[in-house]
Design a protein around this ligand. Structure first.
Ligand code: XMP
Length: 507
């Protein structure tokens, strides 16, 4: 097994994901762990990630990691840390190097196990403000870029470092480097795959749930909870609760019913809690208040509903990024932007056992498991939809008439995206109803109606996002249809904000 130690680079998860994709099981661990703690995971190899920080803060890696006798590969910050700690010299670059660069293999690089199979010259992705200007004593220069060091090897101590990011798509030969590290240096066999993993999870679940009549889980129609319910249904009966808080899209429940009808072990219970949620939310405008009320009521509604009947096992669709991110949020002191409400955080009762079979998997692995389980790919490739639903897309005051307008607009927008083959060309797209009314002319009449924003973004992990570049020719007929068919809307705008500085949702 390989361990990636996370020092806060935006690419950390990608390193693990790439290696797993190549058949090498990889875990992400918090960078604050000591070498002794890391050793308890019995890694066959360690990768030190990049970081937004420079070497020399109190959050540097534990230097003892370099003496565990296990091969270590440092990337970017990890590389600079290794160079500095081993007696080399790191200096701030005169300018921040961010983007594509070219590296050349040196004579030593031609025979080094990490770089032997790399082309003599290859494009790579750099993102750093500091550079190694002097290699550690005894280290071989294996790669250079514009005459400066870009990679070294200290083979006697089984240590390697690269200035750039082999894990990103913009480093086309990065795959070769990661593979060489895992296979040729750490001596691992690429035998990890999801199909084998699925049989193992099922066997584990069957043992954990032996003799259990039924497992309860909350389903939202999203990818994780759908895969969770279907997976569980392969080993026991599943009581799947769907709480309708009144801020769902027109098609959420229909889609879920369609998927579950193929899995007879799942009994879907719809809890109509719209009146309860509206009683608490009517007239509320503040986004954080909306989230808190919905989160709290959701847990209460769920607990009230399942509480009517005795249950012993509660399944949650926690996935690997949730596990890593909550560790990062606890230890990394991340700024509080939004109180995301997800299904989870139910009051824990010691008599209720939690079942979380998706914990080890990344989102795209959960999708692949879904395919292996025979779930419709349309559901598996749907865009993310926030727990508070349309409540945070009805920007400003929550009123039933406004949410109804938004729901109608959302249904049309979704239909058009699918019909025009635009849905899968964007990572997430939706409409938000704005708290502004604008003047228009419809027929010969003056109109004074709501404005609607179209938001479409491309992203990998929702941490950063670019605006999806749909053409005007594609957007104009959609806007026209929205204005013509949704009474109450007379203006449509396209949101041109990236994240950062914006967030993906408007609230
Ligand atoms: P932001 O708006 O923070 O969104 O850039 C990032 C991603 O998270 C989704 N999102 C939420 N998901 N509960 C959720 O379950 C929430 O409260 C919430 N707020 C935002 C958003 O749709 C995007 O995919």
């Amino acid at each position: 097994m390989l361990c990636v130690l996370d020092y806060g680079s935006q690419y950390t998860q990608l390193i693990a994901r790439r290696l797993r994709g190549q058949g090498f099981f990889t875990e992400v661990l918090p960078g604050r762990l000591s070498a002794t703690e890391v050793a308890q995971h019995k890694p066959d190899g360690i990768i030190l990630s990049g970081s937004p920080r420079s070497v020399g803060s109190d959050q540097d890696p534990d230097p003892a990691l370099l003496s565990l006798g296990v091969p270590v590969l440092g990337l970017c910050f990890g590389y600079q840390f290794m160079a500095q700690h081993l007696g080399g010299r790191v200096e701030p670059s005169t300018h921040r190097e961010y983007g594509s660069a070219t590296v050349n293999k040196t004579l030593a690089g031609k025979t080094d196990p990490l770089t032997a199979r790399l082309s003599m010259t290859t494009p790579v992705w750099m993102s750093h403000g500091d550079s190694v200007v002097e290699l550690p004593p005894g280290a071989d220069l294996i790669l250079q870029s514009a005459g400066k060091p870009a990679g070294f090897a200290l083979r006697s101590r089984r240590l390697w470092g690269l200035q750039f990011h082999p894990e990103v798509y913009h480093t086309p030969e990065g795959k070769l480097l990661l593979e060489a590290f895992a296979r040729d240096i750490c001596r691992l066999t690429p035998d990890w795959n999801l199909r084998a993993e699925l049989s193992e999870i099922k066997a584990k679940l069957a043992a954990q749930l032996h003799g259990v009549g039924e497992v309860v889980c909350a389903v939202s129609g999203g990818v994780d909870s759908t895969v969770l319910a279907v997976l569980l249904s392969q080993v026991c009966k599943v009581r799947a609760l769907f709480v309708d808080h009144g801020f769902l899209r027109a098609y959420d429940l229909l889609n879920l019913k369609r998927v579950f009808q193929n899995f007879p072990n799942i009994s879907l219970e719809v809890v109509d809690a719209q009146a309860r949620f509206w009683a608490a939310l009517d007239g509320i405008s503040d986004p954080e208040q909306k989230r808190l009320i919905i989160g709290r009521l959701f847990v209460k509604t769920f607990a009230d509903h399942v509480g009517e009947k005795h249950f012993t096992h509660l399944a949650q669709g926690t996935i690997y990024s949730d596990v890593i991110e909550s560790a990062a949020a606890v230890h990394g002191g991340a700024a509080h932007i939004k109180s995301h409400h997800n299904v989870g955080g139910f009051p824990q009762d010691a008599r209720v056992q939690l079942v979380e079979p998706l914990r080890p998997f990344f989102k795209d692995e959960v999708r692949e498991l879904g395919v292996l389980l025979g779930i419709d790919s349309e559901i598996l490739h749907q865009h993310p939809f926030p727990g508070p639903g349309l409540a945070i897309r009805c920007v400003g005051e929550l009123r039933r008439d406004r949410v109804d307008i938004l729901r109608r607009a959302d249904a049309i927008f979704y239909e058009e995206l699918v019909r025009r083959d635009m849905y899968l060309r964007t990572w997430q797209a939706f409409v938000a109803l704005l708290p502004v009314r604008t003047v228009g002319v419809m027929g010969d009449q003056r109109s004074y109606e709501h404005a609607l924003a179209i938001r479409a973004v491309s992203s990998v992990d929702a941490m950063t996002a670019d605006v999806t570049e749909f053409s005007l020719a594609e957007l104009l007929p959609i806007a026209a249809r929205l204005i013509n068919e949704v009474r109450g809307i007379n203006r449509v705008v396209y949101d041109l904000t990236t994240k950062p500085p914006g967030t993906i949702e408007w609230e």
